[in-house]
Design a protein around this ligand. Structure first.
Ligand SMILES: [Fe+2]
Length: 138
């Protein structure tokens, strides 16, 4: 499976978030690798759970930085996070209950989602945080 790799153009200019995004890509790749190498279900499940847990924490970090009244993309950003979380948890639940799941399809969805989200919506958050920092410093 094609792996997601970090590139500097993905930076949103916020150190904490960039560091978390790098870690997120590593965890996505861990799941992809577990599937590619045909690891036991248990190991695939562990990688999947690590990814889901980290994603939930990461979204919370971003959401804490959003000022609901000043950040104009707040609703859109929150709903993207919610959609992704719901899809991931639904998948994790199906996987954990032993249902037949399309693992490759899921990994493909997650890697594309993460890349598109960082390059789109998260960049807007980066812009907002820069503006806020500038205003605070002015
Ligand atoms: Fe985000």
């Amino acid at each position: 499976m094609q792996h997601a790799t970090w590139s500097d153009e993905m930076s949103i200019g916020h150190e904490v978030i960039d560091t978390q995004h790098k870690r997120l890509l590593v965890l996505v790749n861990d799941v992809a690798e577990a599937v590619d190498k045909g690891y036991e279900q248990e190991a695939v499940g562990a990688a999947l759970r690590r990814l889901c847990d980290y994603t939930v924490d990461h979204f919370a970090t971003e959401e804490d930085l959003m000022d609901m009244d000043a950040y104009v993309h707040y609703d859109q950003h929150m709903s993207e996070h919610m959609d992704c979380t719901n899809k991931a948890l639904e998948f994790l639940q199906a996987f954990s209950s032993g249902q037949q799941v399309d693992m490759r399809g899921f990994v493909d969805f997650v890697s594309k989602w993460v890349y598109a989200h960082i390059m789109g919506t998260d960049q807007k958050l980066g812009e907002f945080l820069r503006q806020q920092a500038q205003a605070a410093g002015a």
